[in-house]
Design a protein around this ligand. Structure first.
Ligand SMILES: [Zn+2]
Length: 51
């Protein structure tokens, strides 16, 4: 059932991004222009899923 966990994690990540939060550290990204830099200024993780 690893694939199920993977999907679950992806959905959780996506929801956090939709809420404007970094998927890793939950840094509030709403004040930024999403899509310009695409990395969290706090932890450096990607703030978008794939291309
Ligand atoms: Zn972050």
């Amino acid at each position: 059932m690893l694939w199920l966990y993977s999907i679950y994690r992806t959905i959780r990540r996506y929801k956090r991004m939709a809420a404007g939060l970094c998927p890793k550290c939950k840094y509030d990204l709403r004040g930024r222009v999403i899509g310009e830099n695409e990395v969290c200024p706090e932890c450096g993780s990607e703030t978008r899923l794939g291309a």
